[in-house]
Ligand binder design. Structure first.
Ligand SMILES: CC(C)(COP(=O)(O)OP(=O)(O)OC[C@H]1O[C@@H](n2cnc3c(N)ncnc32)[C@H](O)[C@@H]1OP(=O)(O)O)[C@@H](O)C(=O)NCCC(=O)NCCS
Length: 150
């Protein structure tokens, strides 16, 4: 299947569509959490990531509409966010974004994932990440796994 997408750096006009797809994507993962209420927090986090030197890479369709994004800091190898629009799940777009993150952080990546996010856990394990620890998200109090690639 060929994806009609290209990857490009984040631009300020992406903020609302990225928050839309982030909210919709996460609502499927943890329906009990009000992600719409977390939009201001996430909007601020995106700016913090940029200030910290992270790359926000956006997947867009031929009309330049975002359908997914990844946030990765090539300096630390930390992947803080990856999300695709609900309709893009299972399309290969998430792998495309993750492959890009690997390419800009070739010495390795690390990330945390909610234990109660089996789709993401399966996705990372399929893409050659290995579990290296577990703990608790200090903000949500939810159990998390720590994964590494390389
Ligand atoms: C995580 C995310 C980026 C993965 O992208 P995706 O397109 O859904 O991933 P894929 O469909 O390529 O892979 C998912 C895998 O999990 C499997 N899967 C789906 N539902 C599952 C479930 N409930 N339990 C276990 N595995 C599941 C799929 O079958 C597939 O595995 P396979 O290729 O072996 O068949 C996407 O689901 C997303 O945006 N989620 C919301 C945000 C999020 O959770 N981000 C990650 C936070 S760490």
């Amino acid at each position: 299947m060929s994806l009609q997408v290209r990857l490009r750096p984040y631009a300020p006009a992406d903020t609302a569509p990225l928050l839309d797809l982030w909210t919709a994507g996460w609502a499927l993962v943890l329906p009990s959490v009000d992600f719409a209420a977390r939009r201001p927090w996430m909007e601020a986090r995106l700016q913090e990531h940029l200030a910290e030197g992270a790359a926000i890479v956006v997947a867009v369709d031929p009309q330049d509409r975002p359908s997914g994004f990844v946030v990765v800091n090539p300096g630390t190898g930390y992947l803080d966010q990856i999300a695709v629009a609900p309709e893009a799940r299972g399309s290969g777009l998430a792998r495309l974004l993750l492959d890009h993150a690997k390419a800009i952080s070739p010495t390795g990546l690390s990330l945390h994932v909610n234990v109660d996010n089996p789709r993401a856990v399966r996705f990372y394990e399929r893409e050659d990440f290995r579990r290296v620890g577990e703990g608790t998200n200090p903000r949500s109090g939810l159990p998390i796994y720590h994964y590494r690639w390389r």
